[in-house]
Design a binder for this molecule. Structure first.
Ligand SMILES: Cc1cc2nc3c(=O)[nH]c(=O)nc-3n(C[C@H](O)[C@H](O)[C@H](O)COP(=O)(O)OP(=O)(O)OC[C@H]3O[C@@H](n4cnc5c(N)ncnc54)[C@H](O)[C@@H]3O)c2cc1C
Length: 378
């Protein structure tokens, strides 16, 4: 394997600590969480106490004040063991970023320390039943009424939707202003009129809660507006690269896991009197995957480095997400094939990984939308 140079010693010390924590507190329970369709809040609090949530949040807001690179370390360690349930990437990589970079001082003080400790869980709601890729088509409205906004509409596919204490909601504050009519507003989930719908039954990511959310004239103070009124679409465009990079990191860690599981399997499984690992087809497939992994890690590490230096463009992030998630789907499918029938049995981790993989080309912006973003830069 190529030597990765993106992390420093402090990141590796952090990695070792959270690796032990995940092995001890997450892995033994993950199957039960998959059956229940949700990760208990108690685990969120334990992860907070371990320093695993929002490690980039500065000390003044209750965090350890690490640089950006601590975030991908967490994602790598979770996906290394197939811990796809805890919605930490949405909470730490995405929601806390909106607050840190665009929140008012009061918003930061009220949410960030609680997010770091795991007392408060965050979600972000852009997607609606009638619009996903085309964010300009958002129909949820936020009407100004005195010192409040009154929010009406419905969202769907919202990660952490069942667990969330607050949701950053993309809503239309001006019906005639196109993209400039969209604003981001924080909605606490104990507000009257807020309702959680079903915890959606997904193909994979079984332990992760993904929900419909309903807003029936939910009244929030105008001070819950994030950034400027009408500035929501611009904020989404600013923050989506970090979300896409987190998905690219998870794609690499999951692909690496598929490879490692498969190498172990083909060495012990025999056919025609010899281990599968000795057939030329197996050796060549694994050689190709190993090469893909080296290329993918190089791309992702370069993006992590650039993002840590404030230089990751929307195009760079889209390229990383597109390439790594398409690669993950190919690799995991090949790895299932090398497991034969056992690869289709859910008691084998490669089968679960197969189910968790398919979403990667869809969420955080589909592969086609990534191609659209990249094509615009040409
Ligand atoms: C497990 C999961 C978790 C999610 N979590 C969240 C979340 O926390 N918050 C949130 O807001 N959303 C979330 N989403 C929603 C996700 O971001 C959307 O599903 C995704 O952006 C696609 O939108 P859509 O489902 O409406 O598909 P559509 O936009 O209807 O797209 C359908 C198909 O048409 C293609 N298409 C659309 N427009 C174009 C175009 N211009 N050119 C070419 N092809 C096009 C798409 O690529 C796709 O193949 C989640 C989704 C899933 C599955």
């Amino acid at each position: 394997m190529l030597v990765r140079t993106v992390y420093d010693e402090e990141h590796e010390i952090f990695r070792a600590a959270i690796r032990a924590f995940i092995e001890r507190e997450c892995v033994p329970h993950h199957e039960q969480w998959e059956q229940e369709g949700i990760v208990p809040r108690e685990f969120w609090r334990k992860a907070g106490a371990q320093g695993m949530l929002c490690p980039q949040v500065p000390e003044e807001y209750g965090g350890p004040g690490g640089d950006y690179r601590f975030l991908p370390v967490v994602v790598e360690e979770m996906f290394r063991v197939g811990a796809s349930g805890p919605g930490f990437p949405v909470h730490s990589d995405i929601v806390s970023g909106y607050l840190l970079n665009h929140g008012s001082e009061a918003q930061k003080q009220s949410w960030l320390p609680a997010m770091v400790s795991g007392e408060a869980i965050g979600a972000i709601a852009m997607t609606e039943p009638n619009t996903g890729s085309d964010l300009q088509g958002i129909r949820t409205t936020a009407c100004r009424d005195g010192d409040d906004y009154v929010i009406s509409g419905a969202k769907t596919f919202i990660s952490n939707g069942q667990n969330a204490d607050f949701v950053i909601v993309a809503a239309r504050t001006d019906s005639d202003a196109g993209a400039r009519g969209i604003s981001l507003i924080i909605v606490e989930t104990d507000r009257p009129g807020f309702r959680r719908g079903r915890n959606l039954d997904k193909v994979g990511l079984k332990a992760q809660d993904t929900s419909e959310l309903f807003f029936d004239d939910v009244r929030v103070p105008a001070s819950n507006l994030l950034g400027e009124e009408g500035g929501g679409f611009a904020l989404l465009m600013t923050e989506l690269p970090q979300e896409r990079l987190a998905i690219a990191v998870s794609a690499m860690a999951a692909s690496q896991r598929a490879f490692d599981l498969t190498v172990e399997y083909v060495k012990q499984r025999k056919a025609f009197g010899k281990p599968l690992a000795e057939f030329q087809n197996t050796r060549f497939k694994l050689a190709t995957i190993k090469t893909d992994l080296a290329a993918g890690w190089s791309l992702v590490d370069q993006c992590i480095r650039q993002h840590a230096g404030g230089q990751l463009s929307a195009t760079d992030a889209a390229m990383a997400k597109l390439w790594t998630t398409e690669m993950q789907c190919r690799i995991v499918d090949d790895c299932v094939q090398m497991h034969g029938g056992y690869g289709y049995m859910l008691e084998y981790p490669i089968a679960r990984l197969y189910l968790d993989t398919r979403v990667q080309r869809i969420h955080g912006g589909t592969s086609e939308i990534m191609q659209e973003v990249i094509a615009r830069s040409i």
